[in-house]
Design a protein. Sequence first.
Length: 418
Amino acid sequence: MEWLGDVPEHWDSCNLKFISKIYAGGTPDRNRLDYWVKGEIPWINSGAVNQVIIKEPSEYITELGLKNSSAKYIPVNSLVMALAGQGKTKGMVAYTSIETTCNQSMAAIVPKNYHYKFLYYWLDSNYQNIRNLTGGDNRDGLNLAVLSNIPCPKISIVEQTQIVSFLDTETARIDNLIAKQEKLIELLEEQRKSIISHAVTKGLNPNAPMKDSGVEWLGDVPEHWNLKRFGYLFDENKKKNIGLKETNVLSLSYGNIKEKNIDDNKGLLPESFETYQIIEPNNIVFRFTDLQNDKRSLRSAISKYHGIITSAYIAVKTKQNADFYNYLFRAYDLQKVFYSMGEGMRQSLKMDELNKMPVVLPNKDEQKRIVSFLDIETARIDNLIAKQEKLIELLEEQRKSIISHAVTGKIDVREFGA
């Protein structure tokens, strides 16, 4: 069997339908409030598979909602698999530590005389194989018939338990190492943020005389710095897209505005791109729509290329050092900024509100020195972060390899005292 390859002589194989009960869930009518309001029955959607262990529901439904839908109870120590979903969701599997119900885009897999945790490890290790059963990374969904015929190892429950015990120990060890690296990355990111914030609001000279900026969230600034409104230093780029060639179009999305520089075309080219605004090199771009749903949208980025933006974004240009102000705006907690200005956080903001924001104004030579300093310091920290991310990647590969080798019998867990 291709998925298993060579296995110990005493191992056999079978299809998932012979070792489990498989069924889909359902979603009560959303228009019926009595199916949802004051519900006490746990219900999960496809995104719940990201939990790995289902410890809490996505929502609750009522007994009436359960009776009038195809939702069914799923016991504790069962598995759920996403049949469909955006991105990587399809084929992801998790196991339950609570009794719950689920939507119709998920399958419940209730093991019969089979260790639920071993089955979880087996299905998780074959995530891509399972996706490939229906179009791989395409949007084609899985179904119960396909799941029923997933091949599985057929071994004694005693040996399954030994393998689970071994994998629980080994994956916990690796997960602990990964968590330490993630904590280090978090600390490095905080250090980077602190360095940027201090440089762009306090300058590089620790002995420089300071003065009260008069802005609560800005605090003291160097005495020789000026303070200006955003609109004094920046003009909105209102250049319409006329004659821009498709070959040098950069379509903006959160995928590339989250980075400091917009230098990769990660977005999709819109059909009517002629109607969009042009952005030019050294334009600073803000997103100011859908703010209540996505607080990250307040981040700014600087464009390194010609491109286009939709009405969800604002692009500005300045005669000052754009790199300095890109560092400055990314150091600002713009949520607090707009609240302190009395604007609050609404669904969207406009250019005239942005124009009121106070910003510091060092002289151009000092702006340049600060940018040079921050380019070096952030590159140093980014290099350290990249090393930790690479280590995490290697640990995750090691984790996958150990699981794959254990659930196919290529590791004799008895050697490890399991």
